[in-house]
Design a protein around this ligand. Structure first.
Ligand SMILES: *Cc1c(COP(=O)(O)O)cnc(C)c1O
Length: 238
């Protein structure tokens, strides 16, 4: 299943066109301008060469979910490409300082210790990072899952807003498996509306993946995180 760079570029261009078409349709259906949507192409498990091709196809935002895979890839990608790197996966506290060295946006802040570690990591490098509070939308939340409870959002948002080097962007969620994504993203929209009362500039909502981007756009998502619909099915990881 190896393809030449030209063939791969054509596949990625077709995947991107398909996703942009879906986004335009979802925005029109929701009565929203499509230019308020940021497409983050999630490149986890795919090689750095795919990121280069995506950058040449006009992609500006790429997402990764694991450290050090993300760091290695960023080091290999053409530095001339104006890419913003989004860290979207569960983040261990002991990796947060390293991730703060290269991520432009972190979508998965779900506990106070991460706020401290990210802030320490960015300030010592003189950088700043935009952060989303990740919310667990599963009503029967299990311990150990990613995301904080909706009740914990205000405190975490306050901590982020005050932390040196961190900018509170908004909220992020993954639709719970097996649940209706419309209902889940509706709950996220309510959490986002509450957040804006205290933090009016935290307007971003990161929601929607390949399977449910339409439901996310309908519920007000500003950032969609799309992998498979652009890059193809990921090879199974061991
Ligand atoms: C992998 C991943 C995505 C993209 O998922 P697809 O189903 O490939 O579109 C989005 N968000 C997070 C947090 C992910 O880990």
């Amino acid at each position: 299943m190896t393809s030449t760079p030209d063939e791969r570029a054509a596949q990625l261009a077709a995947g991107l066109a398909g996703v942009r078409h879906r986004l335009a349709g979802a925005a029109a259906a929701a009565g929203r301008p499509v230019d308020e949507l940021t497409l983050v192409v999630v490149t986890k498990t795919y090689p750095a060469g795919d990121v280069d091709l995506l950058g040449r196809l006009g992609v500006r935002d790429v997402g990764e979910s694991r450290h050090p895979e993300a760091a290695d890839k960023r080091a290999q990608v053409d530095v001339e490409l104006p890419l913003r790197w989004h860290f979207v996966g569960a983040l261990q506290t002991n990796k947060a300082r390293a991730v703060a060295g290269y991520a432009d946006v972190v979508h998965s802040v779900d506990r106070p210790r991460l706020v401290e570690a990210l802030s320490a990591g960015v300030t010592r490098r003189g950088r700043s990072v935009e952060c989303f509070v990740q919310v667990d939308l599963d009503e029967e939340a299990q311990p150990g899952r990613s995301g904080c409870s909706p009740r914990a959002v205000p405190e975490l948002a306050d901590a982020l807003a005050q932390a040196p080097g961190l900018v509170l962007a908004g909220v992020m969620a993954v639709a719970p498996r097996g649940a209706d994504p419309r209902a889940a993203f509706g709950r996220l929209a309510a959490v986002a509306a509450d957040l804006r009362v205290r933090h009016p500039s935290a307007r971003a909502i990161s929601a929607g993946m390949s399977a449910d981007l339409e439901a996310a756009v309908e519920a007000g998502a500003t950032h969609v995180r799309i992998g498979r619909a652009v890059l193809g099915e990921r090879p199974p990881t061991g």
